[in-house]
Design a protein around this ligand. Structure first.
Ligand SMILES: [Mn+2]
Length: 382
């Protein structure tokens, strides 16, 4: 028996660092991921799919986004179990209870509304047991609660669908909703469950040593700190064996880089790094710079970032980790020809630059405006 374990689709998620154009493509990519998952199910002979929470970014989604997501869901050729998570809890305003959802979602889209076992349509002796979130802050371990109420069913393969951080990985174990890893492992060892499909961590994570307790991670990257995003898991349960196969779904990439720039070679190497990135239009970069450069190089760096920012989905300077000293030198003086008032201003600013960052910024601007080496609008190759 095979199925696909996925989670954290976060349909409708927006990211502030994306331009309007990139944001539209990113939103569409989240919906395309649903279609890709459906294709994977077909390709690998998976009989159903479980989505372990945070299907939607929130319970308030625009009508077009919701309709497009449901349309993609409807096209998945196998039954799909949706678990409400912390982003889309099954509360009074739940998106799963909305008229739009109920009207449009087809019968094979199954929302887990409580923890009673649900038979998988068309698959004999397989049940999904879910631990849905009913609010954004549960007061108990919902997985433990679902297990407690579970009657034994010999001969039935059971998959628990849960959402939240397990205690062994949680930064805050005092949170009442934290999931007990030991209880889940015990249920697996006793044969009460055959697999636990978790959501909430956006990185693919195998928890503990059972080989049956996993976070699938998000099928499309959502943040810079995710270790193994863009994945889903193909799970095969066969008698006593559980085989996991990671599937690559999304192809967006978020990277935080750090660069030390002290001369033209460093800048050239950085430009090469940018050039070598594949799928630039789906790549989000934030770059922190350290080092010490003159005005000419600062102008070239500005120009490079500006030109490349049109190619990437997002390319931004990471202010928090940037500590780049711009120190005007003799080369800068020689590179531009100023006279009269401009020259006097330049010299005044130069004198202040050692102790005043604003003076340095003004010098950078003057340098660019005066067309100093490479300081025209396109910069490189000038
Ligand atoms: Mn999530």
């Amino acid at each position: 028996m095979k199925f696909i374990h996925t989670s954290d689709w976060q349909i409708g998620m927006t990211r502030a660092f994306l331009s309007q154009e990139a944001a539209a493509r990113y939103s569409q990519a989240r919906i395309d991921a649903i279609r890709a998952l459906g294709q994977m199910a077909e390709e690998h002979g998976a009989q159903f799919m479980v989505v372990a929470g945070d299907v939607f970014e929130s319970n308030q989604l625009s009508a077009p986004t919701l309709s497009r997501a449901i349309s993609a869901l409807n096209a998945v050729p196998v039954p799909v179990f949706l678990l409400p998570g912390n982003h889309d809890p099954l509360d009074a305003s739940s998106i799963f209870r909305s008229k739009a959802f109920r009207d449009q979602a087809r019968e094979h889209i199954i929302v887990i509304a409580d923890s009673s076992p649900v038979a998988v349509p068309g698959v004999a002796n397989v049940e999904v047991v879910g631990a849905p979130w009913f609010s954004k802050r549960p007061g108990v371990d919902l997985c433990a609660q679902a297990l407690k109420a579970l009657e034994p069913a010999p001969g039935v393969t059971r998959i628990l669908l849960g959402h939240g951080q397990v205690d062994s990985l949680s930064p805050d174990q005092a949170q009442p909703g934290v999931v007990s890893q030991a209880l889940l492992e015990q249920a697996l060892a006793e044969g009460r469950l055959q697999y636990v499909a978790l959501g909430d961590r956006h990185s693919l994570t195998n928890v503990g040593n059972s080989g049956r307790l996993c976070y699938s991670g998000t099928p499309l990257v959502t943040d810079f700190d995710e270790v193994d995003p863009n994945k889903a898991l193909l799970v095969e349960l066969d008698n006593d064996a559980c085989t996991l196969m990671p599937l690559t779904i999304g192809f967006w990439d978020f990277q935080a880089l750090q660069r030390d720039i002290n001369g033209v070679e460093d800048l050239a190497a950085f430009a090469q790094t940018l050039d070598a990135i594949r799928g630039q239009e789906c790549s989000v970069l934030k770059v922190g710079f350290t080092g010490s450069i003159n005005l000419a190089l600062a102008a070239e760096l500005d120009a490079l970032l500006e030109a490349q920012s049109h190619v990437f989905a997002s390319l931004k300077r990471r202010e928090r980790t940037t500590d780049l000293a711009v120190i005007p030198d003799a080369l800068d003086d020689n590179a531009i020809a100023l006279s009269g008032y401009a020259d006097a201003t330049w010299k005044t600013l130069l004198a202040q630059a050692a102790t005043d960052d604003t003076a340095t910024d003004a010098l950078r601007l003057m340098y660019r405006l005066a067309g100093g080496a490479g300081g025209n609008d396109t910069g490189r190759g000038a």
